[in-house]
Design a protein around this ligand. Structure first.
Ligand code: ADP
Ligand code: TZD
Ligand code: MG
Length: 565
């Protein structure tokens, strides 16, 4: 409800009313000039406001809440530095295809445009443009409803992404007749319309698929985002085709599904003759579909909402441009009555490879090494999480990321939240907070010690809002490992080295959270179980052998090494 005085309202109140009219339930942000009162009034109006310690984490929270809920996540920032701090997360949302709106207060246009030096003055809208789907500015309260509606439709439609919404200081305090203001409010109709693929495209795809001997489905986070879970399951199961989940698509079908080929990844990529891409880009995460990992003769069927994505890295034999739900519906219909028989030898070879690789993994799991390595530590976590399938898993780091992704099974859709397309560090605490707040379930964050440092101060936010987040820090004293030497003569630590033997668990004690320092799988298992069951902020410092990490984790091939020693 607008707080009305003499039947007058102002930009701030009307902004809140417009967000409410659009079903926005949560704002993530950091306040200051000129948006403090806006946050106050949002809270007053029943929108949940989560105040962070740094805008990047607030932005990350907004971005991932967009992925989880299929509604734009809202990040509120102050002008110039606050805006810029949030911008990394906004750019990241765009790159990942998560719907997010960064709403930022901005300084006096007249002063900015003449570069006369305003308090926190910056031409924010123009700076945001290259990083977002669109940037809009609202200059008058009369335009608030339209500005908010356009931001929402832009964030959600087609390939989702980041939108920047600039709200000027002058607009926030400008007044307007309250009745007119109320009348101006609206929510956009069908902001994310179904995109139906053409009949020819579907026909072409099904024809190619029916001729496949060694078919493979790759499920990406676009498919996870689309929430077409039942159709995806039906497509996979009725076709009998093996599938690979990309990282954030894990759990769309349970990772222990008999058709899951994750444990035979190299084999299936190297040998598949027809590959169906379901909301997954052929970007670096799939070696661009080229090189020694891939069968050079593979043909591709690509289901994507964004026509520009097709042929980006390899020619696509059968593009199906549409939303995943509509496209799969049409494909399933066309496949009715046709039985696809992936060749028996293909299925048997995948099974054999999976079994061989699982046996190798079991040997690693059985390691009794102390200090723990990644595998006996992750095995302890795996056993606990197999009994807590409902949780959100947040994960970042290098070795901590790659090994965790491979070891920990997911059983539910959109529950694995990680570094995503950019492999960015610093998403950990923002993602955890959003998962707890909008996902309304306990969260377990598995963090490299370096990765954690990028957003570590947000443990205060986690404690302040009493969120059910258990953070496990894989503490190996550094970036990739903790044993590197300074190549020079000085006494400084090497570039990859962090504090040896740091006790991250002590940090959360300052804010009233529970803390554990663990050195064995048994201690880790107990602490993690307790943390999850308590539903209270918990931080576990998990001591990992500083020598076992690999430089750059699984992407060492992308890391240029000096040739002159
Ligand atoms: P991953 O990293 O899991 O491989 P990507 O982020 O690279 O996944 O790819 C996701 C793809 O999904 C993007 O190309 C995006 O355009 C597409 N996409 C997003 N939402 C939908 C949707 N609802 N229907 C179809 N495709 C979608
Ligand atoms: N800065 C940002 C924003 N993103 C990045 N990805 C990096 C820097 C570079 N980087 C990685 O790619 S992984 C990583 C950094 C700094 C940290 C790895 O160390 P960790 O994990 O402690 O988190 P492991 O288990 O020690 O490998
Ligand atoms: Mg580390």
């Amino acid at each position: 409800m607008t707080t009305e005085h003499n039947n007058i309202t102002d930009g701030m109140h009307l902004m809140v009313d417009a967000l409410k009219a659009n079903g926005i339930e949560t704002i993530f942000g950091v306040v200051g000039i000129p948006v403090t009162d806006l946050a106050r009034h949002a809270q007053e109006a029943g929108i949940r406001y989560i105040g962070f310690r740094h805008e990047q984490s607030a932005g990350n929270a907004a971005a991932i809440s967009g992925f989880i809920t299929k509604k734009p996540g809202i990040c509120l920032t102050v002008s110039a530095p606050g805006f810029l701090n949030g911008l990394t997360a906004l750019a990241c949302a765009t790159v990942n295809g998560f719907p997010m709106i960064q709403i930022s207060g901005s300084s006096d246009r007249n002063i900015i445009d003449l570069q006369q030096g305003d308090y926190e003055g910056l031409d924010q809208m123009n700076i945001a443009k290259p990083f977002v789907k669109a940037a809009y500015r609202i200059n008058r309260p009369e335009d608030i409803a339209t500005g908010v509606a356009r931001a929402i439709r832009t964030a959600l439609s087609g390939r989702p992404g980041g939108v920047y919404l600039d709200i000027t200081t002058a607009m926030l305090s400008a007044t307007m007749d309250a009745d007119e203001a109320k009348k101006s409010l609206f929510a956009p109709v069908d902001p994310s319309p179904a995109q139906i693929p053409s009949d020819e495209a579907v026909e072409r795809a099904v024809k190619l698929l029916m001729g496949a001997k060694k078919p493979l489905i790759i499920i990406g986070k676009g498919a996870a985002y689309s929430q077409a879970d039942e159709k995806i399951r039906k497509f996979v199961e009725s076709s009998g085709i093996p599938y690979l989940p990309m990282s954030m698509a894990k759990g769309l079908l349970p990772d222990d599904h008999p058709q899951c080929a994750a444990a035979a990844r190299g084999f299936v990529l190297g040998n598949a003759d027809v590959v169906v891409l379901l909301g997954a880009r052929l970007n670096w995460l799939l070696s661009h579909g080229k090189g020694k990992k891939w069968n050079p003769d593979a043909k591709f069927i690509q289901l994507d909402i964004d026509a520009k994505e097709i042929d980006s890295n390899r020619p696509i034999a059968a593009p199906v441009v549409g939303d995943i739900g509509s496209s799969l519906c049409a494909i399933l219909k066309k496949m009715e009555g046709n039985t696809l028989q992936p060749c028996k030898e293909w299925m048997a070879n995948i099974e054999k490879t999976k079994n061989d690789n699982s046996a190798k993994m079991a040997v690693k799991f059985n390691s009794t090494a102390i200090p723990m390595n990644y595998f006996n530590a992750l095995k302890a976590i795996k056993d606990v999480l197999d009994n807590n399938r409902d949780i959100y898993l947040v994960n970042e780091g290098a070795n901590t990321l790659d090994n965790c992704r491979n070891v920990i099974n997911m059983y539910n859709p959109r529950r694995r939240l990680d570094c995503g397309t950019w492999g960015v560090m610093g998403i950990g605490m923002g993602y955890s907070i959003a998962a707890a707040v909008v996902g309304k379930r306990p969260v377990v964050a598995i963090e490299g010690d370096s990765a954690f440092g990028f957003s570590g101060m947000e443990i205060e936010t986690i404690c302040r809002y009493k969120l059910p987040v258990t953070i496990v820090i894989f503490n190996n004293n550094g970036i990739y490992r903790g044993t590197d030497k300074n190549l020079g003569n000085g006494n400084d630590p090497s570039p990859t080295t962090l504090t040896i033997g740091a006790r991250y668990d002590k940090m959360i004690e300052a804010f009233g959270g529970a803390s554990f320092n663990v050195t064995t799988p048994e201690e880790l298992s107990k602490a993690l179980s307790e943390g999850i069951a308590s539903q209270k902020p918990t931080l576990i410092n998990c001591v990992i052998d500083p020598a076992v990490g690999v430089e750059s984790g699984h992407i060492g091939n992308l890391n240029p090494k000096s040739t002159i020693k």
